[in-house]
Design a protein around this ligand. Structure first.
Ligand SMILES: *Cc1c(COP(=O)(O)O)cnc(C)c1O
Length: 346
């Protein structure tokens, strides 16, 4: 990567080991269940999150959508964070394709819904209301700077779900970032949810794909839902091979990305004209703002970083920016970012 791309971890390229594994992958028709590499990835993924079975899907969005389609029926309600990816950034799929009625709740600075509000959001059993079916949670929480939420919160969500006969699905797009940041086995987080999906294609660097995991019977339903949305693939082992490398070689090293994000946040905090809260930076993501006193506009800031150091940043349409670290960003890139930003803002 010659450009230094902080826009997202989705921009990360597959590693050389992934490209080799992809070239050599044994394959078959996965719709017949005959792709050994897909089967291996699904089993490995399920084992790592402590679930019975896994399903390889094209994207995180498809993982959440197929989970929701498999769990719910038209007219069912889903309690969901109002700034969660599933509610806000998946084209309304649960409502458009599933007829699921979202019941969005505010979240705190870490991305947690208020537990009393969750209980209150459960509809009475009355023909006026949607039927209660789902609680959707997210970890790490993207809209709150990738904050890794502690298992204790999900344990409490589980209790509310049990009391009201609800299903809990976790959008764990960056689940392994959360687990590494909390220094926990992933299963300590996922034990409280019925199903979970995570992305192979973000910090884990695979080119394509997510895995949805849950009970075997549910995964059978999700397989049908995946077919319904056109997501059943054939020799998908070529892509799954990269996913296996992602899960076996790329999880532990996420700690490096987290250290780089922290370094960036701490460095930015020392630059006049930038507002950032380094104490909230726990994984590979940070939000910061250009203060009103800054001598450049947000658009100019983005352009100058690009022109002067080939550093790419998303945002610039407001004063708020997001920077994300990943495998292809080194400590020296963080240093260059800080040096360039300081020069632009002086
Ligand atoms: C990226 C992301 C998704 C969706 O993943 P895609 O592969 O881009 O569809 C879902 N949830 C969260 C929190 C994400 O960050």
């Amino acid at each position: 990567m010659d450009r230094i791309d902080f826009r997202s971890d989705t921009v990360s390229w597959p590693t050389p080991a992934m490209r080799r594994a992809m070239a050599d992958a044994p394959v078959g028709d996965d719709v017949y269940g005959e792709d050994p590499t897909v089967n291996k990835l699904e089993a490995l993924a399920a084992e790592m999150v402590g679930k019975e079975a896994g399903l390889f899907v094209a994207s995180g969005t498809m993982g959440n959508l197929t989970a929701i389609l498999a769990h719910g029926r038209r007219g069912d309600g889903a309690i969901v964070g109002e700034d969660s990816h599933t509610f806000r950034a998946e084209a309304g799929g649960m409502a458009v394709l599933g007829g699921i009625v979202p019941n969005p709740l505010p979240t705190d600075v870490y991305g947690r819904m208020n537990l009393a509000a969750v209980e209150d959001a459960v509809f009475p059993d009355d023909p006026h209301f949607p039927t209660n079916r789902l609680i959707l949670v997210e970890n790490s929480y993207g809209a709150k700077g990738g904050y890794p939420i502690e298992p204790a919160y999900f344990q409490q969500i589980r209790q509310i779900a049990n009391k009201n006969n609800l299903i809990v699905h976790m959008d764990g797009a960056r689940l392994f970032n959360a687990a590494v940041a909390l220094n926990l086995d992933t299963k300590e987080i996922t034990q409280y949810v019925d199903s979970v999906t995570f992305c192979l294609s973000k910090g884990l660097c695979a080119p394509v794909g997510s895995v949805l995991c849950g009970p075997a019977e549910f995964i059978q339903q999700a397989r049908r839902a995946r077919k319904l949305v056109g997501g059943a693939m054939r020799q998908a082992g070529v892509m799954a091979a990269a996913g296996i490398v992602a899960l076996t070689e790329m999880v532990e090293r996420l700690a490096d990305d987290h250290a780089h994000a922290k370094l960036l946040a701490e460095g930015l905090a020392e630059i006049p004209g930038i507002v950032v809260q380094p104490e909230l930076v726990k994984t590979n993501m940070l939000f910061f703002e250009l203060a009103d006193s800054a001598p450049v506009t947000p658009e100019q800031f983005v352009q100058c970083l690009r022109d002067e150091a080939n550093i790419w940043l998303s945002g610039g349409y407001s004063r708020r920016f997001r920077a994300v670290t990943h495998y292809w960003i080194q400590e020296s890139d963080v240093a260059l970012f800080l040096k360039t930003a300081r020069a632009i803002l002086q």
